[in-house]
Design a protein. Structure first.
Length: 164
């Protein structure tokens, strides 16, 4: 039986384990630098920067969904960005992924969000098909950009207000 509940600080270790499993699935097994302490600090500290739903199947950790709020200047409303969703392989095909997406949509509606957004790797055709079956669509006119920590620091130092 499926249970979806908000995560708490006591879930930090299992969240981290699921993140590592996701990284392995996404062919980046050595990319995870997060720690359980990071998860507690940024998810359950004084100023949480993300929210997380835990998926339990008969009480066992089956997956998670980690999301945060964005803001649309054009809509004048918040949105939800799904950073990661991962269901362990042995629990797939039980409707867990769809149930989590429905729960996130319910949260978005309840919170008055204008958008529900996420990214998917271009090679992950099962995920693409899944998201499209739910009504999701690919935004081809927007190009994602990113700066890694060293580049962020270099840019910030151009302002001269950071200690070196």
């Amino acid at each position: 039986m499926l249970t979806i509940r908000p995560a708490g600080p006591d879930d930090a270790e299992i969240i981290l384990a699921l993140i590592r499993e996701l990284a392995e699935y996404e062919r980046e097994p050595d990319a995870v630098r997060a720690t359980a302490e990071d998860i507690i600090r940024y998810g359950f500290g004084d100023r949480p920067t993300f929210h997380c739903l835990m998926c339990l199947w008969d009480g066992a950790p089956a997956g998670f969904a980690l999301y945060f709020y964005t803001y649309s200047t054009w809509e004048g409303k918040p949105g939800i960005f799904l950073e990661d969703i991962f269901i362990r392989p042995e629990y797939r095909r039980h409707g867990i992924g769809k149930a989590v997406m429905i729960r996130l949509a319910e949260i978005a509606v309840r919170e008055g969000c204008a958008r529900f957004e996420w990214n998917v790797l271009d090679w992950n055709t099962p995920a693409v098909r899944f998201y499209e079956s739910l009504g999701g669509y690919h935004l081809s006119e927007w190009l994602p950009y990113r700066m890694d920590p060293g580049d962020v620091k270099n840019l910030a130092e151009q302002g001269g207000s950071l200690e070196k």
